[in-house]
Write a protein that binds this ligand. Structure first.
Ligand code: F6R
Length: 607
């Protein structure tokens, strides 16, 4: 989604801002822009295209600029045109603003400003910000005061960076429900919406909290809480970004690279946590709340998209292994739902990015309930990681493809660990799950070795317009996730269904042009799922079965993919890998932008 990068310092500001914007490109955007300012000189350059275009336009500049603010925009209010791209300015063109999030009361503010004689050039909500700053500046004459007053009048979610041509030594930033970090360099600061935009030389960072603004210059930084009207003192934190992990290497796409990282992903999620020889599951991130966890009687998992489906797998796992009732709710629904919540309930938020606005809002909802809030997060230091009481990191490393793959694998692995941890070793499944978790990386590797075969089958089906994914038990959430993956990267209509639901509606769709991908592991639900396949087969629906050696299909189906045997509780880790590869190869065959599907963004920072 939208990205912010700003620079103030003693070298040319253009390079770090352009590099930062490029680092944020994977998150999805449709236009970009930059304002560069130096004494008595300011330039605004925008494009309805890629950051590379901006970079080309800037290459002819002779002067050096010490301050720049840049932005990549993912359209919410107004189409992706040059006029709607950020930075936005006041009518005089001397105040520049980039903004992530949504200003919910922008219509009211716009009407107010229009009545005061202000004219607007874009359809965005953002444009009210520089205009409102201008309005207050006219009264207070002090930019910081005008900025503060503007922030107090904005409703919604925002991360903002602002610059004023008459004050080329400072960048002004603020945040509410949208992340903003300030990287510290030598005689320089870089402000950004994500630490990945700070560049590998930046080792220290300040995280702004809600209602904080900062006045940032090359050598100093003033942080102020504009709700409580007081200055804040805080120390910078260390960051570690491994740039090696984020390069494509020999892979054609990040999605494929990340699928192939799955064995290592599981390994990283279990190392130091699962010790089969000692029969131990150690989750350091939960130690501080271990006592509280003894008394919980209900778990609510909140998440969106793929993380939500991982949560559904977690529901099966925690209920079966730890015997605690679990409910999984879409974060966007949970936050508006009026349900009774007791203090013995735990809310677990699952998020790869740790910045998903709906999931943050779900956690905010229960902030004052005295309820324990845990996180299963991949991005270290992200908003959700910091706002939860405790949690378990996924350690999957940066995920750049918009379609989540290895993060799902890591989330399910962590959920299995949490299920084991919460069982206190009192489950008959404890030992088998602990023992088998360490075998999963090798088994995923075996599946990856079959990628050519999976590709061949995928290509056979790339021209179909509709798809059904079915499974029972642990395979039901996998079917939902498989359908989501196919939809988002290949734009093929796909639905995931519990196999037992076929006769209650979806069977009506089955005919020779409506293939079904059946998830068919060995286990007590095998025969029931086979009966569902018989019904599809007799209606001429093509079937692709993913199965193990012990769950081969005896009927004459179109295609099958055999994968290694594992215990029921960990089957999602193996089946999901096949589904990810299947979707990937179809998308590549359709010549689509696999890593950046249309209309989607990596980190959904608006509700
Ligand atoms: C699908 C996908 C999305 C995310 C969802 C939540 O492949 O990536 O559905 O899973 O937007 O994002 P996080 O996990 O960052 O909260």
């Amino acid at each position: 989604m939208c990205g912010i990068v700003g620079y103030i310092g003693n070298r040319s500001a253009i390079e770090p801002v352009i590099e930062g914007l490029k680092a944020l490109e994977y998150r999805g955007y449709d236009s970009a822009g930059i304002s560069i300012i130096d004494k008595n000189n300011a330039k605004l350059i925008k494009t309805a295209g890629r950051v590379e275009r901006l970079s080309e336009e800037l290459s002819g500049l002779k002067e050096s600029y010490g301050l720049a603010i840049g932005h990549t925009r993912w359209a919410t209010h107004g189409s992706p045109t040059k006029a709607n791209a950020h930075p936005h300015t006041n009518s005089k063109g001397n105040i520049f603003v980039v903004h992530n999030g949504i200003i919910e009361n922008y219509q009211d503010l716009k009407q107010f400003l229009i009545k005061k004689g202000y004219r607007f050039k874009s359809n965005t909500d953002t444009e009210v910000i520089p205009q409102l700053i201008d309005y207050h500046l006219g009264k207070t004459k002090i930019f910081l005061e005008a900025f503060k007053q503007t922030l107090r009048e904005l409703r919604g979610a925002y991360a903002i960076a602002a610059a004023y041509q008459d004050d080329p030594r400072n960048v002004y930033v603020a945040k509410l429900s949208s992340p903003l970090v300030i990287g510290v360099g030598k005689h320089e600061h870089i402000v950004a919406s994500d630490i990945s935009a700070l560049g590998s030389d930046t080792k220290k960072v300040f995280y702004l909290e809600d209602y904080e603004l900062a006045v940032v210059s090359s050598d100093s930084l003033r942080i102020h809480d504009y709700k409580k009207s007081m200055d804040i003192t805080k120390n910078p934190e260390n960051i570690q970004v491994d740039s090696k992990e984020t390069s494509l290497g020999d892979f054609p796409h990040y999605m494929l690279k990340e699928i192939f990282e799955s064995p290592q992903t599981v390994q990283s999620a279990i190392v130091g946590r699962i010790k089969p020889n000692e029969n131990i599951v150690k989750l350091g991130g939960l130690e501080s709340v271990a006592n509280q966890l003894q008394y919980i009687d209900r778990i609510i998992i909140v998440a969106c998209g793929t993380s939500y489906y991982a949560g559904l797998v977690g529901e099966y796992l925690i209920e079966e292994v730890a015997g605690i009732p679990v409910e999984v709710q879409l974060a966007s629904e949970f936050k508006y739902r009026k349900e009774p919540l007791s203090r013995s309930t735990v809310v677990i938020a699952i998020s790869q990015s740790g910045e998903t606005a709906d999931t943050i809002a779900a956690l905010n909802k229960v902030e004052d309930y005295g309820i324990l809030r845990l996180g299963i997060v991949n991005s270290v230091g992200s908003t959700i990681a910091r706002m939860t009481d405790a949690g378990v990191y996924c350690h999957a490393g940066p995920e750049k493809s918009v379609a989540s793959t290895k993060a799902f694998i890591a989330q399910v692995t962590v959920l299995a660990e949490i299920a084991l941890y919460l069982s206190n070793g009192n489950s008959s499944l404890y030992k088998p799950v602990v023992n088998e978790l360490v075998n999963v990386p090798t088994k995923i590797t075996e599946i990856l070795r079959q990628s050519e075969k999976i590709k061949k089958i995928a290509l056979k089906y790339s021209k179909y317009r509709d798809f059904l994914f079915i499974g029972r038990g642990y395979m039901y959430p996998c079917a939902l996730e498989g359908a989501l993956k196919l939809k988002e990267v290949s734009y093929i209509h796909a639905e995931g269904y519990a196999a037992g639901e076929m006769k209650h509606g979806p069977l009506a769709m089955i005919e020779r042009n409506f293939p079904t991908l059946a998830l068919l592991p060995n286990g007590n639900l095998f025969e029931k799922t086979i009966s569902n396949l018989e019904e599809i087969h007799s209606r001429k629906g093509p079937i692709i079965a993913i199965h193990s050696q012990k769950s081969r299909v005896q009927m004459n189906i179109e295609d099958s993919i055999e994968i290694p045997e594992t215990i029921e509780q960990l089957q999602p880790l193996l089946f999901a890998t096949v589904l990810q590869l299947f979707s990937y190869y179809i998308a590549v065959d359709k010549k689509l932008d696999v890593d950046k599907p249309r209309n989607l963004a990596k980190s959904v920072t608006v509700e």
